[in-house]
Write a protein that binds this ligand. Structure first.
Ligand code: SF4
Length: 317
């Protein structure tokens, strides 16, 4: 099974389109925010994270460490480092920001083997939903990783600002020129802080025509589409609970890593349990007996849930 584990919601950036409502920190506020998160039980302690990691390893999970920035705090660095001792590299990946990519982080990423950075647009494209410097930091970090032989996957989230053919072509050319081996396009989820930005969500037909356009691009960078985009056409099924789960910074287990509210808590209907207090095996066994998840559906449950909520709010159902 796969898990996206958001180790922390702390981040050196403050993207408007952040799906985890990340807590922006700088050098002067980082320690205070760290202590407050722990005191309020909003983020697991190092000891708790180690227990969670061990239970994931014991159940043969593949782990994508995400955040916030999962390598911002030394404690999370130690979790990822421990994962490299307990798991083969093909079972670990890290989705981080380009900020402060130190030599120690590069050494750790060499052991991890694969890293993802988000790049929604190049420097010449205005994007009010990412902070100034965010894309430059990603681009520099990707180049640094490539230079030392780390496999890099660039991520672009498709929303109204980024979905134009011109923007996507520009990004693709830069990725090819920079020897980035993989590019994954993600669906836009109006969750977390971007809950108020549902107007940015492309329609299904926009997604499909964009995928068609991207399939026509030829270059050295291999293009991938997130499963929730492929689900629109290819008849694949939602992997929630059967093949994948999410773990949030406070240890909450969610049926889908994107099914969370603006306080980074799982949507009620997607909440499965809490680690490390609950047993991971029992959480999954129990979830698979829920009728909702025992049936494999050919649509994205999180998107369907969000759309239903909007319709309820508008009074159309
Ligand atoms: S709910 Fe959507 S994003 Fe979540 S696992 Fe299912 S298809 Fe993927």
């Amino acid at each position: 099974m796969d898990v996206i584990w958001n180790l922390t919601k702390v981040c050196p950036w403050d993207c408007v389109v952040c799906s985890v409502s990340a807590l922006h920190v700088c050098d002067t506020t980082a320690d205070y925010v760290y202590l407050k998160q722990k005191e309020e039980g909003k983020e697991l302690t190092l000891a708790e994270k180690l227990i969670v990691l061990k239970s994931l390893v014991d159940r043969d999970f593949s782990i994508d460490f995400s955040g916030g920035d999962p390598l911002y705090y030394n404690e999370d660095f130690r979790i990822v480092e421990q994962a490299t001792r307990w798991l083969p590299s093909q079972k670990i990946s890290v989705s981080m920001t380009g900020s402060n990519l130190t030599d120690a982080k590069l050494e750790l990423l060499k052991k991890v083997g694969a890293v993802e950075f988000t790049l929604d647009n190049l420097l010449g494209t205005e994007n009010p939903f990412r902070p100034r410097g965010y894309n430059l930091a990603s681009m520099m970090a990707m180049k640094k990783c490539i230079a030392v032989g780390i496999k890099v996957r660039a991520i672009t989230v498709l929303y109204q600002t980024t979905i134009s053919q011109e923007n996507l072509e520009d990004v693709y050319h830069w990725l090819c020129e920079s020897a980035i081996s993989e590019w994954e396009l993600l669906r836009f989820y109006p969750v977390g802080r971007s809950v108020e930005l549902s107007r940015l969500t492309p329609s299904n037909s926009e997604y499909l025509s964009t995928m068609k356009f991207l399939r026509g691009l030829h270059g050295s960078t291999k293009i991938f589409f997130q499963h929730s985009l492929r689900i629109l056409k290819e008849g694949i099924k939602c992997p929630a609970v059967v093949e994948s789960i999410g773990i949030l910074p406070g240890g909450e287990v969610t049926a889908c890593a994107w099914a969370m509210d603006d306080n980074t808590r799982p949507f009620k209907e997607f909440y499965l349990g809490k680690l490390p207090e609950d047993d991971l095996g029992e959480i999954i066994d129990r979830a698979r007996r829920i009728p909702e998840y025992s049936e494999r559906v050919k649509f994205c449950r999180t998107i369907a849930y969000i759309e239903k909520k909007h319709k309820k709010r508008e009074g159309t159902i």
